[in-house]
Ligand binder design. Structure first.
Ligand code: ADP
Ligand code: MG
Length: 243
């Protein structure tokens, strides 16, 4: 279980997340919603260990009771945490296959990986050329997000975080990606989807929904909370403890 207690975090001296306490359970699908600038991507990056995000002394961040605070992002990745970025950056000269070979660090032989990638690309509806081209270089929104989903499937994380996996994708691609991840990620994995997409939420049918507002938890609930928030907007939700 990913456990976050009293997490306060800032960038460049500006406090962005204020005293968050949350837990994310294995085998469950969690959705994080919130207006732009509410701190969703910062929360994802704090979990992954982006070095410019500074946590307060009192902040606690543990995965299966292991303290993550002093671990660099690559050590967290080795603990089987995966983050798909909202806007993944191109890496000229490096294909997804090469990137995964490095990330897997010999845990899968290259021939097996090659065949697996081709099977997965076919399954998600992505042309094979994207496996050998420089990753994300000139890819459309949908192609980028499909490549991200394929990486998650290959790395088989125990904690998978998707920051707007639906952004820039059409309805058909959202459906392909959601179905692909539901089939391909481990049943026991903890899944966190940051999204605004009613379509994605409907497809995921999340076990828990968290609404962030101004860096604070404004509400927590089930699938109904997501539906209500999308219908009515974030305006009606008061941040807890504030009036
Ligand atoms: P969301 O993902 O919910 O849209 P973000 O986590 O991206 O929100 O941003 C939360 C707040 O943190 C915003 O006010 C944003 O301007 C600020 N912020 C994000 N990144 C930085 C940064 N590198 N330096 C300073 N402020 C930042
Ligand atoms: Mg964001």
């Amino acid at each position: 279980m990913l456990s976050i207690r009293n997490l306060t975090a800032g960038i460049d001296g500006k406090e962005i997340l204020h005293d968050l306490t949350l837990s994310f359970e294995p085998g469950k699908t969690h959705v994080v919603l919130g207006p732009n600038g509410s701190g969703k991507s910062t929360l994802a990056a704090a979990i992954m260990g982006r070095p410019d995000i500074i946590l307060s002394e009192a902040s606690e961040l543990t995965l299966d009771r292991e303290d993550l605070r002093n671990l660099s992002a690559d050590k967290r990745a080795k603990l089987s945490i995966f983050l798909s970025f909202q806007s993944p950056l191109p890496i000229p000269g490096v294909s997804v296959e090469e990137l995964l070979r490095v990330a897997l660090d010999g845990k899968k032989d290259p021939v097996t990986l090659h065949h697996e990638l081709h099977t997965l690309a076919k399954e998600i509806g992505l042309a094979e050329e994207f496996l050998s081209r420089s990753i994300h270089d000139g890819f459309s929104g949908g192609e980028r997000k499909k490549i991200e989903a394929i990486q998650a499937a290959v790395l088989a994380p125990s904690l998978a975080i998707f920051d707007e996996i639906d952004t820039g994708t059409d309805t058909d691609a959202v459906k392909r990606i959601a179905e692909f991840l539901q089939t391909r990620l481990s049943q026991d994995a903890t899944k966190i989807y940051i999204t605004h997409s009613p379509k994605l939420i409907e497809l995921l049918h999340p076990d828990s929904v968290i609404i962030l507002k101004d860096g604070r938890i404004a509400a927590e609930g089930g699938h109904d909370l997501a539906t209500k928030t999308i219908e009515e907007g974030f305006g009606g939700i008061e941040v807890r403890g504030e009036k």
